[in-house]
Design a protein around this ligand. Structure first.
Ligand SMILES: [Mn+2]
Length: 348
């Protein structure tokens, strides 16, 4: 396995030299952030990313994410132009050393939480999703701003998007994902890049918008759309794990044995009886997932892809991007390295 860490570029309060000092750290997960979805990334930006990481003693070889334009997800006539840009972006990142591209296919919203700074008993803060708070949110009402979501749509645009997705529905979204994958996977294959779709977070429909990358049945269907190793998964344990019906260690074992997991996001989550959940420290004892069983499944199936600690809490007075501070993610990486070493030695 190759340990990695997400970095938001030079404006990230977390610096590359700090990431370099986390024991066992190898790879940087990043992206070009100043280009709109659907446009082509300048080679100069990619060259700079590659150089900055190399100067810090790290390797830039994972992209998270190349965003998929809404017109592709909606299957609009303009999608072919955006898909051509996507294909070009795959070629370009490959030219600068990238081996794995993480992306998602969630309509309108990326990950959704109802609060980003919920204090825990120990004084740390974390991201949470509380169902009673969620019920009070309506993205089509005036003045709604969802935590962590950039309010780049006007209200009218948002309403039009919701109406368009209502027309497309779940089966339409599947058709549009298949169309996209049939166009981009052969390009990824040709340049040695593995595509790795991130599950929907949380893995169920939200605000009436369809969501399809949610459970084992749907992951099977997804992998069957294009049966190539280049059509693979980012298996995010916290995203899949906040639906109690997902047996995360079993899913990790199955898809890793198939060689279809290219990127692991490993974090824990504490599920509450009403379907709400709280992000927590990485340790098994802190949440609902058995982190040992997840790592054991990877080791026993010979997993050699990328791993990163996922969202951390804010601890020790750190301020910054919610979920993406240095300290708790570094603790997560150290804990995961310990689990990997123990499982590898037990296997002999
Ligand atoms: Mn994730």
């Amino acid at each position: 396995m190759k340990m990695s860490f997400r970095w938001y570029g030079p404006d990230d309060p977390v610096k590359l030299w700090q990431i370099r000092q986390i024991p066992g750290m190898r790879s940087v997960v990043s992206a070009v952030y100043d280009v709109r979805p659907g446009e082509v990334w300048p080679e100069e930006s990619l060259r700079r990313l590659q150089e900055q990481c190399a100067e810090a003693g790290l390797v830039f070889d994972v992209v998270e994410s190349i965003p998929v334009h809404e017109d592709i997800k909606l299957g609009r006539p303009t999608r072919d132009g955006y898909i051509a840009s996507y294909q070009e972006n795959i070629r370009r990142v490959a030219k600068y050393g990238v081996k794995c591209v993480c992306y998602n296919f969630m309509p309108v919203f990326d990950w959704t939480r109802t609060q980003l700074d919920r204090p825990g008993a120990d004084g740390s803060t974390s991201l949470v999703m509380y169902m009673d708070q969620l019920r009070g949110l309506d993205p089509l009402k005036d003045g709604l701003s969802l935590p962590g979501w950039d309010a780049s749509y006007e209200k009218g645009e948002m309403r039009a998007l919701f109406e368009a997705y209502a027309q497309v529905g779940e089966e339409g979204l599947w058709r549009n994902l298949a169309y996209f994958l049939r166009a981009v996977v052969p390009v990824a294959e040709a340049c040695g890049v593995k595509m790795a779709i991130h599950p929907d977070d949380p893995p169920y429909p939200i605000f009436g918008l369809p969501r399809i990358v949610t459970c084992e049945r749907n992951l099977d269907r997804l992998l069957g759309l294009v049966d190539s190793p280049a059509n693979g998964l980012t298996l995010c344990t916290g995203s899949l794990g906040c639906a109690a019906s997902n047996d995360v260690p079993a899913m990790v074992r199955k898809y890793s044995a198939m060689g279809r997991i290219h990127f692991m996001h490993i974090r824990n989550v504490l599920n509450l009886p009403d379907g709400s959940f709280e992000e927590c420290a990485h340790l098994s004892a802190c949440g609902s997932l058995d982190m040992y069983e997840i790592v054991r499944a990877l080791v026993e199936t010979g997993f050699d892809g990328y791993v990163r600690p996922d969202h951390g809490r804010m601890i020790w007075g750190e301020t910054g991007k919610p979920g993406y501070g240095l300290y708790d993610r570094a603790l997560g990486a150290a804990y995961l390295n310990g689990l990997f070493e123990a499982c590898e030695k037990a296997r002999g």
